[in-house]
Design a protein around this ligand. Structure first.
Ligand code: ADE
Length: 307
């Protein structure tokens, strides 16, 4: 599965490019595409440039010429939701163009005239993976899901923020996501937009943007990296740090060279609930696909791995 990764600016792709190591470079429509691997997965990374037209062209080329099967956008945004702070991360549930305005013709704000579709749904699986990846970051970093707005405007006024929040119930605003989302939807390609807040889209936005873009872009990329790394694990071990049987399971899997992801249920209510969904109250619980084994039971674990 080849994954397209897009950022709009140098800061938004720099860490990804560095992490990819050796890459093959090709230029199409003036955009440079870097093909290589991230966390052992085939990816094509590119810098779209700023704005919806750049983002749309870049995405269509990724799909047509690089045959990517999923698209992840990583970058920074201005916060719209009042609870969001600089550095917080928004994973898109959906996205739309806030500057699409044919209201004088009777269309809804954001509606693409004569079209019933103008809100682009992110892929639920990718959203889930991004949120799970967020749990691997420093606990101080807040990761939420929500609506992302895109427009060919750098938003820098409190009045505009209030209006966008009221009109669209959005979490943040940027300049590319909805174009990526629309092109992906038109091609049947799953996508997700991951944005860390560089500013609050208010009167200080231009200053904050300069100061915090590097940090925010770094956080967004960390999500992408963990998303790709997590995919590798064929087994998940729900556990706690100091439980003896949990450590026995981890050691047993390690000795057999099985890649596994550890989910410490003490750090996340959602992970506790996942354990309960399998019908168990305690840990360790080792999961592969839809099957689970409770406790440290080597013969049961053998059977699980063979399944
Ligand atoms: N990207 C980061 N901050 C932004 C803002 N305030 N408006 C539009 N795009 C942004």
């Amino acid at each position: 599965m080849r994954i397209g990764i897009i950022g709009a600016m140098d800061e938004e792709i720099a860490l990804c490019k560095e992490a990819m190591g050796e890459v093959t470079t090709s230029v199409k429509a003036g955009i440079t595409y870097y093909s290589g691997q991230l966390e052992g997965k085939p990816v094509v990374l590119c810098k779209s440039g700023v704005g919806k037209v750049n983002a749309a062209v870049t995405t269509q080329i990724l799909i047509d010429q690089f045959q990517v099967e999923q698209v992840i956008f990583t970058g920074v945004a201005g916060a719209i939701h009042p609870d969001l702070q600089i550095g917080d991360i928004v994973v898109s549930t959906d996205c739309l163009q806030h500057d699409m305005d044919a209201t004088p013709l009777g269309f809804a704000p954001g509606q693409i005239p004569f079209s019933e579709q103008w809100i682009w749904q992110a892929d639920p699986q990718l959203v889930k993976r991004a949120v799970e990846a967020g749990r691997k970051l420093d606990g101080e970093i807040r990761v939420v899901t929500g609506r992302i707005l895109s427009g060919d405007q750098f938003v820098a006024s409190r009045e505009k923020v209030a209006k966008l929040h009221e009109q669209f119930a959005a979490h943040c605003t940027e300049m590319e996501g909805a174009a990526v989302g629309q092109v992906c939807a038109m091609n049947g390609i799953p996508f997700v937009i991951v944005r860390s807040m560089s500013d609050k889209a208010d009167g200080s936005a231009h200053v904050n943007f300069v100061e915090f873009t590097k940090l925010a872009a770094q956080r967004s990329f960390e999500i992408v990296r963990h998303m790709l790394a997590a995919e590798e694990a064929e087994v998940i071990v729900y556990s706690t740090k100091n439980c003896i049987d949990c450590n026995m399971v981890k050691q047993w899997l390690t000795e057999r060279g099985v890649k596994f992801e550890v989910r410490d249920v003490m750090t996340s209510r959602a992970w506790q609930e996942e354990v309960e969904r399998f019908g168990f109250m305690g840990v360790p619980v080792t999961v592969k696909g839809e099957k689970a084994v409770k406790g440290f039971q080597p013969s049961e674990l053998e059977r699980l791995l063979e399944s």
